[in-house]
Design a protein around this ligand. Structure first.
Ligand code: 4NP
Length: 153
């Protein structure tokens, strides 16, 4: 990781559905020389796995390749490595904050949809147990949020 870059971490539960999409979408909008973008999950049960095929498919449909990503678990060390930590829902927001060790850590954490719907505390729904339409919906929410992030960051 380059010290000069701005570091952004996307976080969901499993790091196989929502946050890999958020990582891929934001990467597609920003210069990789200036921005380091990664993702992680608060749970450990999918560590090392590729993204869910349904997330890979909806990304591909929109011209983005997320197939080479590998899941990792969110750890306290990530607070040092990243400047912005965007989380998909309130449960993950609280789980990430539990690992924070300072006010500076806590200030880095934001609910991603507040970038598009300020102060609403809206959540990106977990699409894992649903059908393909859920993945299209998640993609469209994350596209809107990531466009706002890319414009501001
Ligand atoms: P994600 O979705 O948090 O968007 O990656 C999920 C993936 C896996 C599970 C739940 C949510 N799971 O229960 O295995």
């Amino acid at each position: 990781m380059k010290n000069t870059s701005i570091n952004v971490l996307m976080v969901c539960l499993g790091n196989i559905c929502r946050s890999p999409l958020a990582e891929g979408i934001l990467k597609s909008k920003l210069d990789s020389k200036k921005y380091n973008i990664d993702s992680a999950g608060t749970a450990n049960y999918h560590q090392g796995k590729s993204p869910d095929p349904r997330s890979v498919a909806v990304a591909k449909k929109n011209g983005i390749d997320i197939s080479k990503q590998k899941a990792q678990q969110f750890k306290t060390k990530h607070f040092e490595m990243f400047d912005f930590i965007f989380v998909m829902d309130l449960e993950n927001y609280h789980n990430v904050l539990e690992l924070a060790t300072s006010e500076a850590d806590r200030r880095k954490v934001r609910l991603i949809l507040n970038e598009f719907f300020p102060n609403d505390d809206a959540e990106v729904p977990d699409p894992y147990y649903g059908g393909d339409a859920g993945f299209d919906h998640v993609y469209s929410l994350l596209e809107s949020a990531c466009q706002k992030i890319a414009n501001r960051i």
